[in-house]
Ligand binder design. Sequence first.
Ligand SMILES: Nc1nc2c(ncn2[C@@H]2O[C@H](COP(=O)(O)OP(=O)(O)OP(=O)(O)O)[C@@H](O)[C@H]2O)c(=O)[nH]1
Ligand SMILES: Nc1nc2c(ncn2[C@@H]2O[C@H](COP(=O)(O)OP(=O)(O)OP(=O)(O)O)[C@@H](O)[C@H]2O)c(=O)[nH]1
Ligand SMILES: [Mg+2]
Ligand SMILES: [Mg+2]
Lengths: 277, 292
Amino acid sequence: AVKGRAIDESAFDEVEEALLLSDAGIEITEILVRALKDRWKRGQINSVDDIKRGLAEEVEKILRTVESPLDVTGNTPFVILTLGVNGAGKTTTIAKLAKLYKDMGKTVLFGACDTFRAAAIEQIEVWAKRLDIDVIKQKEGSDPAAVAYDATRAAHARGIDVLILDTAGRLHTKSNLMEEMKKIKRVTGKELQGAPHETLLVVDATNGQNAIVQTKTFNDALGVTGMVITKLDGTAKGGFILPIARSLKIPIRFVGVGEQFDDLIPFRAQEFSKALF
Amino acid sequence: KLQERLEATFKKIRGHGKLTEDNIKDSLREVRIALLEADVNYKVAKDFLERVKEKAIGGEVLTSITPGQLFVRIVYDELCELLGKVNKPLDVSGSPPVSVMLVGLQGSGKTTTAGKLAIFLKKKGRRPLLVPSDVYRPAAIEQLTKIGSQINMPVFSSKGFDDPLKICVEAKAYAMKNGLDTLIVDTAGRLHIDEEMIQELIDQKRYLNPKETLLVLDAMTGQDAVNIAKTFDEKLNVDGIVLTKLDGDTRGGAAISIKAVTGKPIKFIGVGEKLDTLEPFHPERMASRILG
Ligand SMILES: Nc1nc2c(ncn2[C@@H]2O[C@H](COP(=O)(O)OP(=O)(O)OP(=O)(O)O)[C@@H](O)[C@H]2O)c(=O)[nH]1
Ligand SMILES: Nc1nc2c(ncn2[C@@H]2O[C@H](COP(=O)(O)OP(=O)(O)OP(=O)(O)O)[C@@H](O)[C@H]2O)c(=O)[nH]1
Ligand SMILES: [Mg+2]
Ligand SMILES: [Mg+2]
């Protein structure tokens, strides 16, 4: 009996299509298809089922290298600096993280370092109220680095477990905004040595190949220590994490799957690779 | 650069040669790579390349132009054709108040675009009213209210309402009472697969009967652009697209995908966070950007 249909070269077209449609990009698609074809030539793959299983294995292998949960116990306060392009889901993700840490019995503080966008401070204050968390803020238009400094100082003085800094969305191509972020990070470290302990990049799963250059640019400029992929409750697959995992090896901490503060799940390579196809 | 890569694939043809199915095979592959790298949808790219192939075969290569140049020209022209050669302006004709409704996925730039549209319409001599109908997102109403005050535009006070439909009813009455002729209705971001939220939009649209239903889409959107655009268009019958965040370095292939799959015109592009950053869509510029 043959398990699944027997295969020829064209069976691999389906793999190529699935990977490209997932936003994995050409490069990793060619690498994975070639790896599977090699296995087929060596007789290790003999059916369509084998191909599917082989693909899942290859994908999981890559993603397991970036499956590394965030441990916030090493420092008090543990300072998380969030960043990312406009509309990626930073502010909402911060609320979800705060809920997670509060449920663990930790004390959490917010730093409202988006002093630019209309009603950004009001937005984080709504979340803070729902979570019964304080917000360190200054008036709209003030220096975000000054807020970061105040928030770090306050977290330290109050013995807060986790400080989460919200920042304004920014396109990685805007050098003045990238300089502003460097200053925010630097000033945080001035107030508390070693801070921020996590530089968390938030990326929207509906992005295409631009997610890769976003990640590279933010990483080169600031050193990204973790990522969150948001909006995976939609139909986009976020396949760009394959080339990012392979070339940048940045841990993917969490995945966002909705708009409420419970809609955050830890990144698991196996679950992700299953959902990819 | 694509043109250079194409020149390499055409090394074999010179001067009076013709483009044949055989000698353009490698060139088609190079264009396919460029399109996929630019986030053009896989299936859309496939169909597009078929049309390029038909157009290209038999093409005369003159001594004044290299085969690579001829081929790029064919691809570029086909892209411009697909993207819509003529800019379709915003239609706000009809007895006032006329409505423009902004819809789309979470975070695509609707609220900011509403502010930008208000400035655009004011310059055209209209008297817009910004209508916040996002009752879900924390401080969404405050956000549009602040935007309105930044640009000196009236914003309907939606605070305290919990029903977008009621907001539209009251806003329309307010506009009529105050001589405002164009309602710019900002809606909550939603997934195209959220049936309940899409139904809310259908109901809202039925009441408003907007002259323009604009799908606001992030230019960084990847392969999923076809699903998003197709669903919003099928459920709501979209009149036009606004492509935002084109001030970044995304190639914007989503523009091709959504145009191919819905046929609807891209009316504007967003090129910044400030409220004076809305521009009319230029197909030729987009075509060059996509080709890299
Ligand atoms: N469906 C879904 N929506 C999300 C998710 N995360 C965030 N959102 C929504 O995306 C939109 C933008 O979220 P924000 O948190 O404001 O994004 P941001 O990165 O802080 O935006 P800026 O500060 O303007 O750059 C909101 O409507 C959120 O509710 C997610 O995982 N799934
Ligand atoms: N750089 C840039 N940023 C933009 C553009 N348009 C909007 N933004 C930014 O993108 C982020 C999201 O914009 P919003 O207007 O809040 O998006 P939205 O679609 O209303 O979001 P939801 O209501 O949560 O669905 C904000 O930070 C805006 O300033 C643009 O053309 N370029
Ligand atoms: Mg934010
Ligand atoms: Mg909005």
